[in-house]
Write a protein that binds this ligand. Structure first.
Ligand code: ADP
Ligand code: ADP
Ligand code: MG
Length: 493
């Protein structure tokens, strides 16, 4: 019986996990990097324990330190969240050895699915379609060049151990192959400590559609339908939704069936995601399997009306999956936007600084999962995700309208964010029509560019006049005239 969970993570996902634990009467311990505690974490966790260093490598990535912290605070389980050690077999293995429950799949499954090449092999044996390509052990340049010729151009060179959109190179012609191999190898070695590469045909204008699955220790695996995550920047998702727009039940059924075959084939336990790429002609191919909770899991929760973190904890605790497949019905439409501390007008440069004023929106069908507040410092050492804004509506139009309204009420001052960029995406006519692809932000680059915004200096003046300048005590949101936010326009959002 799980009574106390240690969360070696940060930001919005740490808070997200603690919230569910509260509803289950489970105690929580946040294991954090030195000084890295969000206002939400301070409020929601029962205990905090510093992992002793401000550096990720010595804290959130330090397996020994995390296990020690769990022992010291009497935790009986660890929820890894996403990122950091969530997809490293080493933490799952160390938990097993220490007699702690790892809230995720087994070390063996993580290991198997951690290699894109290895998981492609496995999928082929299970009859799941993969992108035409090369995933062999022979990594000599001459072999890879010959395989590139066979596959044809454009093609994608990928790091087998890759993640987060890193280690990928598009190759448009034969004379670019050698360079792409060298640079992908360098990046792969540096970022993932593994130089293995694979080649895939580069599918143009595809959609990224993934299937959420959940398995228990009694041999049951369910699917929780799809998420469309086609709106990406540099192979990283920024807007995600469920259901996938414009797709009929036929494709949905084929894809959920393939995802279940994949999950069944590896005896999958806990929550996982099978990612596919869908070509414009409707053909779909396996990309990879993520053996953890996904950043975009809230859209699935909203459309199905359930709590995925709760389900993760229950199946990790040996209980059966809490629902029957037939009881899961998609209702309405949910969309999530990832709000980052970055400046879209300056090449998406990650921002640092401090949040001087912070106000979250609310209202029917609006959900915010965040890990920041007034006074939060933004560091370049961690992922720049500040918050996720999720809207649910009876249909896609209503979800978009609610998102738009919520964005206008969302205020983050003191650091630049991509909020206005996200607003331009979700209000774009092509997005409204559901015509999305992974090339969306490149195809509509001009339309997504900012209109001239007021200067920071005038914003500071406005804030000062409202008693909201840096250093002055912020007034409660209720006393701030909405005209201030109109005057602020795009700045800081
Ligand atoms: P999702 O499908 O959940 O959005 P992402 O690929 O965007 O998955 O990654 C989720 C989080 O995990 C991000 O914070 C990303 O930076 C981090 N991440 C992904 N892969 C790795 C990896 N191999 N090593 C470290 N962090 C990673
Ligand atoms: P990561 O581990 O970084 O998430 P993925 O293999 O899941 O790597 O790919 C990330 C994104 O890159 C996909 O969502 C898609 O936009 C793009 N991508 C990956 N493979 C292909 C491909 N063969 N053709 C076109 N785009 C691809
Ligand atoms: Mg992926």
């Amino acid at each position: 019986m799980i009574r106390r969970i240690l969360v070696p993570n940060r930001g919005e996902i740490a808070a997200r996990i603690a919230r569910t634990c509260r509803t289950m009467g489970i105690e929580t311990v946040l294991a954090h990097a030195e000084g890295d505690v969000s206002p939400q974490a301070r409020r929601l966790f029962d205990e905090l324990i510093s992992l002793g260093s401000a550096e990720a490598a010595q804290s959130y990535l330090n397996v020994g330190q995390i296990i020690d912290a769990a022992r010291e605070r009497g935790a009986d389980a660890i929820h890894p969240g996403y990122g950091f050690l969530s997809e490293r077999a080493s933490l799952a293995q160390a938990c097993a050895e220490a007699g702690l429950v790892f809230i995720g799949p087994s070390a063996d499954t993580i290991e198997k699915m951690g290699s894109k090449s290895g998981s492609r092999h496995l999928m082929k044996t299970l009859g799941v379609p993969v992108v035409p390509g090369y995933d062999g052990d022979d990594q000599q340049d001459s072999t890879l060049v010959a395989e590139a010729d066979r596959i044809g151009f454009p093609l994608l060179v990928k790091a087998s151990a890759g993640g987060g959109g890193k280690g990928m190179k598009i190759v448009r012609s034969r004379d670019e192959v050698a360079n792409a191999l060298a640079s992908a190898r360098r990046e792969a070695t540096k970022a993932f400590g593994d130089r293995t590469l694979l080649l895939e045909r580069y599918i143009e204008h595809p959609r990224h559609v993934e299937i959420q699955i959940l398995g228990d220790s009694h041999g049951t695996v369910l699917h929780l339908f799809e998420r469309d995550c086609s709106i990406q920047r540099r192979h990283q998702k920024i807007v995600e939704e469920s259901p996938a727009p414009l797709y009929g039940d036929d494709l949905r059924q084929q894809m959920t069936k393939a995802a279940l075959a994949a999950a069944d084939g590896v005896g999958y336990q806990n929550a996982g995601t099978v990612e596919f790429i869908v070509a414009p002609d409707g053909a779909f191919y396996f990309l990879e399997m993520n053996t953890r909770l996904q950043v975009e899991h809230p859209v699935t929760e909203e459309v199905l009306g359930l709590d995925l973190v709760r389900a993760q904890i229950e199946v990790a605790d040996g209980k059966p999956v809490p629902w029957g497949q037939d009881s899961l019905i998609q209702r309405g439409h949910a969309i999530e936007c990832r709000i980052y501390a970055e400046d879209p007008d300056e090449g998406f440069l990650p921002q640092t600084g401090r949040i001087e004023y912070y106000r979250e929106p609310a209202g029917p069908g609006v959900r915010v999962d965040s890990g920041v507040g007034q006074g939060t410092g933004i560091s370049v050492h961690f992922d720049p995700l500040l918050a996720k804004l999720i809207a649910i509506g009876r249909d896609r139009d209503e979800a978009i309208a609610r998102l738009r309204g919520a964005m206008e009420d969302f205020a983050i001052l003191g650091t630049r964010t991509n909020l206005s960029y996200l607003r331009r995406i979700i209000t774009h006519t092509e997005f409204a029509a559901g015509r999305v692809s992974t090339a969306f932000v490149v195809d509509h680059e001009e339309d997504l560019r900012a209109v001239p915004a007021p200067e920071a200096a005038s914003v500071a003046a406005v804030l000062a006049s409202e008693g909201l300048g840096p250093g002055s005590p912020a007034k409660s949101a209720g006393t701030v005239r909405s005209s201030v936010w109109e005057m602020l326009g795009d700045w800081g959002r």
